[in-house]
Design a binder for this molecule. Structure first.
Ligand SMILES: [Zn+2]
Length: 284
């Protein structure tokens, strides 16, 4: 939880961003929640009557504050997509709650922000085809399940084969990596896969889950990327989006290294790269 305040502070302190780069998101309405989540699940969240077993699967103590926080974060992801249409890229300083299903939450995820944002964009005719590039070490099982019958959303998840969730869902493309997969192999797979997907599916919006739980230092993730490898990964994804002129909205996802500095540094790199690749000519 600490990272959500430390990352913006770090980026401001070092001058990567200024306060003008922030927006304050609106709160997701009930109607917006119901584009993606079931009425039963929403009622349980709203009235704080989630069965104890289901609350345990989420892993946080269920409070109305947690639900409120989730509503703002999910709407922020939607707003990021709109800002990305305007500026090329926009980033949520949270989000990426890809383990939330339509009818239940799990793995620290209550609402599925990327799926909600996707449904809103499609329903409102703001985009036609969405590519989700989920490079969190954990499979985006919620995304896969929610978007299973939605041909306008392509879910690509590259994750640790031996990582949670142990029963995986079927995405449009799943790439499962062995334990201890390192920079070279990881980047090579990404470099052959992503351009092909962009070419074939021709999205007009990309959601990129830039989680840093792929790091070797991560306590939960079983892969072995270095901070430099993780940065090269982000750079490749952002360059691909930029070169193809596709707006990219970035959500943070997980990161659980023992030393929080590793988490902060790797996440901040994503913001630094976005600044460099999309806005540096404005600064010069
Ligand atoms: Zn994760």
């Amino acid at each position: 939880m600490q990272k959500y305040t430390m990352i913006p502070e770090r980026l401001l302190a070092e001058g990567t961003i200024t306060t003008e780069n922030f927006f304050a998101p609106k709160r997701l309405s009930e109607e917006e929640i119901l584009t993606t989540h079931t009425a039963d699940y929403w009622q349980q969240l709203k009235t704080q009557t989630l069965p104890r077993k289901e609350a345990r699967a989420i892993g946080f103590e269920m409070t109305s504050e947690l639900v409120e926080r989730g509503r703002y974060i999910a709407h922020a992801t939607y707003e990021c997509a709109l800002y990305a249409q305007q500026y090329g890229v926009a980033m949520n300083v949270a989000g990426g709650t890809h383990h939330a299903f339509a009818d239940h939450g799990e793995g620290f995820c209550v609402f599925n922000d990327v799926c909600i944002a996707s449904n809103l964009l499609l329903n409102r005719g703001q985009v036609q085809r969405i590519l989700i590039v989920d490079l969190d070490v954990h499979q985006g099982n919620g995304n896969a399940s929610i978007m299973a019958d939605e041909p306008r959303v392509f879910v690509f998840s590259m994750h640790g084969a031996k990582n949670y969730p142990f029963r995986k869902q079927l995405s449009d493309l799943d790439i499962e990596l062995d334990n201890d997969t390192g920079d070279a192999e990881y980047l090579q797979i990404l470099e052959v896969t992503l351009p092909r997907l962009i070419n074939k599916f021709a999205p007009d919006m990309i959601f990129y889950q830039s989680a840093v739980d792929v790091l070797a230092t991560d306590k939960l993730g079983k892969l072995s990327l270095t901070i430099e490898g993780c940065k090269a990964r982000d750079e490749f994804v952002l360059q691909q989006a930029k070169a193809a002129n596709i707006p990219v909205a970035i959500v943070m996802g997980g990161g659980y290294s023992e030393d929080i500095e590793d988490v902060i540094e790797a996440h901040c790199n994503t913001f630094r790269l976005a600044q460099q690749l999309f806005f540096s000519e404005l600064i010069e």
